[in-house]
Design a protein around this ligand. Structure first.
Ligand SMILES: [Zn+2]
Length: 376
């Protein structure tokens, strides 16, 4: 990396982390205000008085609180995109597209999230004490369904996918997929450049519905051999069962979350601490405060769990890199690809080891190069 690019990567890192500090302080202040002002029990009472305590109304209350709490975050998201990303030359989104994206997200939340919420609350009345197991099952099933339909129905709402045109790159990538017994229906190019100059590659779907997706920005930045090595890395994630293991962790997380909510819903002291009335029994209005408090407070606990997930995720990255090196029979093309991507994305090359071990889901460029050279 040349001196001026390095300088810019340091500036970009600092700009993002200073902004992150402001967002964190703001979020903490809002959280404390919402929790201790009595706003939630007051709103819940008002909502019940006006709309009744039917399941649809109760789910509506949770939904409205969720939307209301996400509104201050919009201003920060706008600043991150149109001030920080813009300043460093990454932003290609227009204001209009940004607003339309938010509206589409809201529409999806209403169409998918609200009915799911209603179903979860219904389960409280149908299943009694074991409701949380049923609810976790329903949410897991919903998540799996979403994985299945997202590539066909949801992702095209935001991006255009076109088959990779005939030619040397396409032949090379299909040959790689075949060689590694990675069945794939299609390789598609996503117009990532219409929002950002950052680049990426991923695969979605299962079995023969699987498709490999390359950002147009990735194809523009890398040579054919380098794109092949990046795809080999992605196939490594699949072959080493990282995808299925991460899915397992996420399912375990959902079950634990509902177990926690069910436990919180029996804690009278908790309800009284935050100003809610406590009525024992299994109906939706009695459990809703527990769901709300869980949603607000869970982040303060998962914050301490994330570093463990990150250790695991970094281990997966090393494994996928080693898989790619073995597949390619050399390490140079992946190293070149990683160098270019670090440079184009202005990645921080030398984070403090304590910081990166806590926050980074991927090893740094230098760490990956070192491991690849040992493998080579
Ligand atoms: Zn990876």
């Amino acid at each position: 990396m040349d001196e001026s690019t390095y300088r810019r990567s340091v500036d970009y890192t600092l700009a993002k982390s200073r902004f992150g500090n402001v967002v964190n302080v703001f979020d903490a202040v809002v959280l404390i205000a919402v929790l201790f002002s009595g706003l939630l029990p007051w709103g819940f009472g008002k909502f019940n008085a006006n709309f009744g305590s039917s399941i649809w109304a109760t789910a509506g209350f949770l939904f409205v609180v969720g939307i209301a709490l996400s509104i201050p975050g919009l201003a920060f998201a706008w600043y991150a995109q149109f001030r920080i990303e813009q300043r460093f030359g990454f932003n290609t989104t227009s204001i209009k597209m940004w607003i339309v994206d938010r509206l589409k997200g809201l529409l999806l939340a209403v169409l998918l999230g609200y009915p799911l919420l209603v179903l979860v609350l219904k389960l409280i009345e149908w299943a009694g004490a074991s409701w949380w197991l049923w609810a976790a099952g329903v949410v897991v099933a919903f998540q799996l369904l979403l994985l299945l339909i997202a590539p066909a129905i949801i992702m095209p709402l935001f991006n255009k996918f076109t088959p990779l045109p005939q030619g040397a790159l396409r032949e090379r990538l299909f040959a790689l997929a075949q060689r590694k017994r990675f069945p794939t229906g299609s390789i598609e190019v996503m117009d990532g450049s219409k929002r950002s100059r950052h680049s990426n590659a991923f695969f979605t779907g299962f079995g023969r519905f699987r498709k490999i997706v390359l950002f147009d920005t990735l194809i523009a930045q890398l040579t054919e051999l380098e794109v092949e090595s990046v795809l080999a890395h992605e196939i490594g994630h699949y072959k080493k069962r990282h995808v299925i293991k991460m899915l397992g962790v996420s399912i375990a997380g959902i079950v634990m979350a509902f177990a926690a909510i069910a436990w919180l819903a029996r804690q009278q002291w908790l309800y009284h601490t935050f100003g809610f009335e406590y009525q024992p029994g299994f109906d939706a209005p009695n459990v809703v405060p527990a769901i709300l408090l869980f949603a607000l407070l869970a982040g303060t606990i998962t914050f301490w769990i994330l570093p463990l997930i990150h250790i695991w995720s970094r281990h997966f990255e090393y494994e996928a890199d080693a898989f790619a090196a073995a597949t390619m029979g050399e390490t140079q093309s992946l190293i070149q690809a990683l160098r270019k991507l670090s440079e184009k994305n202005l990645s921080n090359l030398i984070p403090h080891p304590l910081y990166s071990s806590f926050y980074y889901s991927h090893p740094t460029l230098l760490e990956r190069e070192r491991a690849l050279r040992v493998a080579g």
